[in-house]
Write a protein that binds this ligand. Structure first.
Ligand code: MLT
Length: 273
């Protein structure tokens, strides 16, 4: 479905009914990475799954910032008439957007799921690499950007045919959207000062084989967020909802159920099996 948000068309899907959970995808993916998670949780929750600006079937703009992405999400909740505070589940770039959402729209948040993401600002070398990717994508098409990163995205056990299928899906994103998002990631804020300020229930999720945001990085993030919970998804690289959808959904379900019952364990670490 499409809906107008901040004067442009955002594509989204919703699954189920109940307390709202907003799923925010990584770079350069689209809402489709959450399909199995959202379907799996739709028995009890209203799962809202947008394509971010310039990704999937949502309209692109030549430039975008992480703050724009966060404001689009708040605008989407408004456009959907969803006034209840939502759980925001963000993976990688989606988590970076979640930090910005926390800073800009705290009252819209009920809880956070921070999956395979990072709090640091981009390094000068990283910013140069992202600018090179943006230029390559605008010159040669989105596949150039995908090829620059696909080798690191999935764990070693992820079948090569599925890796290629996801590379093709990523390359379907329009070059203008991929380039704009690469530049937005290069210009992202330092979210380390935000971590100790996070005052909503939070689950931090890692993939045990993630080469982009390794488990130790995620454990460090968990330790900086007071009362947060931590889950490690076995046999998964950077995208557990795609690589291990059942294990990932089970970890989120346990967190959401504790949230509903008010019995949230603090500081808990679990291995999601
Ligand atoms: C993502 O999955 O969003 C990307 O890996 C983010 C990044 O390149 O740092």
């Amino acid at each position: 479905m499409h809906i107008a948000v901040n004067d442009r068309e955002i594509h989204y899907d919703t699954f189920g009914d109940g307390p709202p959970v907003l799923f925010v995808h990584g770079f350069p993916l689209s809402g489709s990475m959450w399909s199995e998670t959202a379907r799996g949780l739709s028995d009890r929750w209203r799962c809202i799954v947008p394509d971010l600006r310039g990704h999937g079937c949502s309209a692109a703009t030549a430039t975008v910032s992480i703050a724009d992405f966060a404001d689009d999400l708040a605008g989407l909740l408004d456009a959907l008439g969803e006034g209840r505070p939502a759980v925001l589940a963000g993976l990688s770039m989606g988590g970076i957007i979640a930090f910005e959402f926390f800073r800009r729209h705290r009252t819209r948040l009920r809880a956070l799921v921070l999956s395979n993401t990072r709090a640091n600002p981009e390094t000068p070398e990283g910013a140069a690499r992202r600018e090179a990717i943006a230029q390559a994508v605008l010159r040669d098409g989105s596949r150039a950007g995908v090829d620059a990163m696909i080798g690191q995205v999935f764990g070693p056990g992820f079948p090569s045919a599925r890796r290629e299928e996801w590379a093709r899906r990523m390359a379907e994103n329009p070059p203008i959207g991929v380039a704009a998002a690469a530049r937005a990631l290069a210009g992202r804020a330092d979210s380390f000062p935000t971590l100790p300020r996070i005052d909503c229930p939070t689950l931090v999720v890692a993939g045990d084989q993630d080469a982009i945001t390794p488990p130790d990085l995620m454990r460090d993030m968990h330790q900086r967020i007071r009362g947060s919970e931590f889950a490690v998804v076995p046999d998964s690289g950077h995208v557990p909802p795609v690589e291990q959808p059942e294990r990932f959904a089970a970890a989120i379900r346990r967190f959401l159920e504790r949230l509903e019952s008010g019995a949230r364990a603090t500081g808990q670490t679990e291995k999601s099996s």
